[in-house]
Design a binder for this molecule. Structure first.
Ligand SMILES: NC(=O)c1ccc[n+]([C@@H]2O[C@H](COP(=O)([O-])OP(=O)(O)OC[C@H]3O[C@@H](n4cnc5c(N)ncnc54)[C@H](O)[C@@H]3O)[C@@H](O)[C@H]2O)c1
Length: 248
């Protein structure tokens, strides 16, 4: 499906990003694995190359604009193109009500989850706009990009922002052969959720009609579809993948 294509994935050392990186490679893409977790990122590359795929690790803190620019330049210099970008790196942030939410934690979550996506898209688009073939961008939002959650104001604000950024960019570049969408996972079994307090995990699980947590590979399947020509009419969309959470 992606033979000859280059896919960049941020937050690819773990969870959803790793699952997507592995699946892109299984479908024939060369994958740039980006993260701040160097050991995890190299492990993702190893899983791909051990299976005969092509991948390269690049250290990138998405909260740093220079890192994001260097990441995109590296992808192009290493693989000579950038066809697909999955901007997925994110953190959950502290669970605290807004009136007591620590200012530095607010800045950290917004910097990584929202500014990180803006920085990456900014440089990815500069490359894709130069290519006749255009490109595809998928961003990771969340079900909390559509609804609130009292104890996660920074996370909720950042993910609502990701949806807005996705829609705004999709409008502007729709006629330039660049499709831009975002996915909205529910409770997915990854280290991010496993680090949350048990009462939060129990509450979260109870709100999923399907009665179980999702797996990173289930989100990756949607990301792959959105990245492929099979989704040729899909742009500007928010795609929940949440075991029915948002339908309640
Ligand atoms: N797990 C869930 O239930 C869930 C639900 C909705 C949305 N999401 C979103 O999915 C995305 C992936 O999360 P996950 O569940 O796979 O968690 P995860 O913790 O397994 O993976 C997140 C990855 O992002 C990396 N990362 C963190 N800060 C970074 C930074 N500044 N620069 C680059 N990389 C950084 C981490 O090192 C990690 O490898 C996140 O955006 C998260 O908000 C997750």
């Amino acid at each position: 499906m992606f033979e000859g294509k280059v896919a960049l994935v941020t937050g690819a050392a773990s969870g959803i990003g790793r699952a997507a990186a592995v699946l892109y490679a299984q479908h024939g893409a060369s994958v740039v694995v980006a993260d701040v977790n160097d050991d995890g990122g190299r492990e993702t590359v190893k899983r791909i190359t051990d299976n005969g795929g092509s991948a390269d690790y690049f250290h990138c803190n998405v909260a740093r604009v220079d890192d994001c620019e260097a990441l995109v330049l590296h992808s192009v210099s290493k693989f000579a193109a950038l066809d697909i970008a999955f901007n997925n790196a994110g953190v959950g942030g502290q669970l605290t009500g807004l009136d007591k939410y620590p200012l530095e934690e607010w800045a950290r979550v917004i910097d990584i989850n929202l500014s990180g996506i803006f920085y990456c898209m900014r440089f990815e688009l500069q490359v894709m706009l130069q290519q006749e073939s255009g490109g595809v961008i998928v961003n990771t939002a969340s079900i909390l990009g559509q609804i609130g959650s009292g104890l996660a104001p920074a996370y909720v604000a950042s993910k609502h922002g990701v949806v807005g950024l996705t829609q705004s960019a999709a409008l502007l570049y729709a006629k330039r052969n660049i499709r831009i969408n975002c996915v909205g996972p529910g409770y997915i079994e990854t280290p991010m959720m496993e680090d949350q307090p048990q009462r939060f995990k129990d509450l979260s699980l109870s709100l999923h009609p399907i009665g179980r947590k999702g797996q990173p590979e289930e989100v990756a399947e949607l990301v792959i579809w959105l990245s492929s020509d099979r989704a040729s009419f899909a742009t500007g969309g928010f795609y929940p993948i949440d075991g029915g959470y948002l339908a309640t």
